[in-house]
Design a protein around this ligand. Structure first.
Ligand code: PEP
Ligand code: MG
Length: 323
């Protein structure tokens, strides 16, 4: 299998019926970066910046972060890197910033909620990103946005830092794209304005699924109970894709499910054209997509929904076996 994946590594991912699917990788540590060329990833669709905060025992300094982000961009050699701002709380607790006990950490003070309340940390990180870019294009993504105003407020902090950098005479990125993660049903159904304001969005399926099915992603007992290919979840994905199409907002999927070939195929059939996954998944996903006809898969999914299936997995697997 490894040989097979190596052979298709540098081939663009185009389905049998001509749809171009961009395959990107998720990363978070410097050690992940060598996988960029070896996996055939077209960029880093999700750089989880909190990992750098989690591996230390004190708050990193701006200068250290700037150096690190700069090395990440160097390693990407001009390919896009989407930096997600600090996503802490819930399952990711910093040893030097323990939150007060919360009855439901997954629903608690986490991610952008911390960023907007503790502005010093967010601004420090945004400054580090701007300095690291040092004139190169920059993509910043805010995690766990639950309503439009949170995105507007977070972006205002970035705008403020951009002005500050400019007034200090530092070079500004030649282009800045500011996006949001879709990890709560509330933002998926936000007014059109949200989709107009965001330069791009990325579906964080791990959290989105947990909140959609009200099933803790960390709880083994309930985690696997609900299939990602459940028709309700696919309808949600379809809605997001349709709303993005209306406003011309680029959309990707960066949860773990994007790295599972059958899931990736169904997402592509629902209209997603950018998938970000762990590097080792790119080969298997590409292998299946290259051999697939999205309009056929779309038809199988539509029929399964029509006949009231709970999940489209069975029918899609059957279709894949029969062709
Ligand atoms: C997600 O929620 O799908 C996601 C990509 O973010 P994380 O797994 O880091 O919460
Ligand atoms: Mg998440």
């Amino acid at each position: 299998a490894q040989k097979r994946y190596a052979a298709i590594r540098d081939r663009p991912c185009v389905t049998r019926d001509g749809h171009r699917i961009e395959l990107l990788m998720n990363a978070g540590l410097m050690a992940d970066l060598p996988s960029l060329p070896s996996s055939g990833a077209e960029g880093v669709g999700l750089f989880r910046t909190e990992l750098q905060f989690l591996v230390r025992n004190q708050m990193p300094r701006r200068g250290d972060l700037a150096k690190l982000y700069s090395r990440v961009m160097d390693a990407a050699q001009g390919k896009d890197v989407t930096f997600r701002t600090l996503d802490i709380g819930s399952d990711k607790v910093l040893p030097y910033m323990k939150p007060a006990d919360e009855p439901n950490p997954a629903l608690g003070w986490r991610a952008i909620r911390v960023g907007l309340d503790k502005r010093g940390i967010m601004r420090m990180q945004l400054q580090a990103l701007l300095r690291a870019a040092n004139g190169r294009p920059l993509r910043v993504m805010f995690p766990f946005i639950a309503q439009t105003e949170e995105f507007i407020e977070a972006r205002a902090h970035l705008t403020r830092e951009i002005h500050r950098e400019k007034s200090l005479g530092h070079p500004l990125p030649e282009r800045i794209c500011v996006g949001a993660m879709i990890e709560t049903p509330s933002i998926a159904f936000a007014p059109r304005r949200f989709y107009e304001e965001a330069d791009f969005v990325s579906i964080g399926g791990n959290d989105l699924k947990q909140f959609f099915f009200a099933a803790d992603r960390e709880n083994e007992r309930v985690r696997r109970r609900y299939d990602t290919l459940n028709v309700s979840f696919l309808s949600l994905i379809e809605q997001i894709v349709a709303r993005c199409a209306e406003t011309g907002t680029p959309v990707s999927f960066c949860g773990e499910d994007a790295g599972r070939p059958v899931e990736a195929l169904c997402f592509a059939a629902m209209g997603l054209r950018r998938l970000s996954m762990r590097p080792a998944s790119i080969g298997p996903v590409k292998h299946l997509l290259l051999r697939s006809n999205l309009s056929e898969v779309h038809k199988v999914i539509a029929e399964a929904r029509e006949t009231g299936e709970q999940s489209v997995r069975g029918p899609v697997m059957e279709y894949l076996r029969s062709r």
